[in-house]
Ligand binder design. Structure first.
Ligand SMILES: [Zn+2]
Length: 267
């Protein structure tokens, strides 16, 4: 157990605080990004629904056209049969069926005209919605880019801190690493604490037996407070500013204070 190991553990502990803080800040961008994008998503969803309606109408028009084609073929056949009838009764029967078929064709054609009219009007509406959706998408992009850039800056910093943490862990022995990581994973933020001048634990302030104090001051092994379990050291707390720089500030983060004017004039 060297003093370097303790120094490394102390720095890892500070890094973990900063890492936790950054993880929260990175995640906080997600609802903000969703909110910024919403107007574009709403306009795009309306456009998609209108396009679907248009496709349905076009399918209806095609189906109607096929049906009218079938009836026209049937009418042509009946026409042909009319020239070959052998008696009046047969002629009357064919003529009656031909009349019915022609009426059905007329009905189909009427319906097709109505659908074509609806299609034209829907096409105009779809074009308008497309413009609206494109404008909405363009309008959200600058803010979205800003937020994503800020989020990326924090994510980069997070990667840097995690890299530094990995490097430091290489200098820490397996048993110390195990103790540290099990504490850390259980959600405790204080794993390593100072042995105070008066011989108390820097975390729980319980008094450490004199013999143990001496061992800790020699720094020959890893000693833990019997009361609270933290690893005790006389190694000074390192400054993260020296190794990973100051905390990152970005403009796009949701601020506590709002832009809304004060409501002092209420009532
Ligand atoms: Zn303690």
């Amino acid at each position: 157990m060297t003093k370097t190991t303790m120094g490394a553990l102390r720095e890892i502990q500070k890094l973990d605080d900063r890492i936790r803080e950054l993880e929260v800040r990175v995640a906080a961008f997600e609802p903000q990004l969703a909110e910024v994008e919403e107007p574009a998503l709403v306009a795009e969803s309306e456009l998609a629904k209108a396009e679907e309606r248009l496709e349905q109408m076009e399918a209806d028009a095609r189906r109607l056209e096929r049906s009218a084609d079938d009836k026209r073929a049937r009418a042509a056949k009946l026409d042909d049969r009319l020239s070959k009838v052998s008696n009046l009764r047969e002629e009357a029967a064919v003529r009656s069926e031909l009349d019915l078929t022609r009426k059905a064709i007329e009905g189909d054609e009427q319906e097709a005209l109505q659908i074509i009219d609806r299609i034209r009007r829907t096409e105009v509406a779809v074009e308008e919605m497309r413009t609206t959706a494109e404008e909405a998408r363009e309008a959200v992009e600058p803010r979205q880019r800003e937020l994503l850039a800020d989020q990326a800056e924090l994510t980069d910093r997070l990667a840097l801190l995690r890299g530094r943490r990995d490097t430091l862990l290489e200098d820490v022995g397996p048993s110390e690493t195990k103790v540290y990581e099990s504490f850390h994973e259980s959600g405790r933020s204080v794993v390593v604490a100072s042995l105070l001048e008066d011989g108390a634990c820097g975390h729980c302030f319980g008094l450490i037996p004199l013999q143990l104090q001496n061992e800790i001051r020699r720094g020959s092994d890893m000693y833990r407070c019997e009361a609270c379990g933290v690893i005790l050291t006389t190694e000074p707390e390192p400054s993260l500013e020296d190794t990973v720089g100051p905390p990152v500030q970005v403009d796009g983060e949701a601020q506590e204070e709002s832009d809304v004017p004060s409501e002092a004039n209420n009532g």
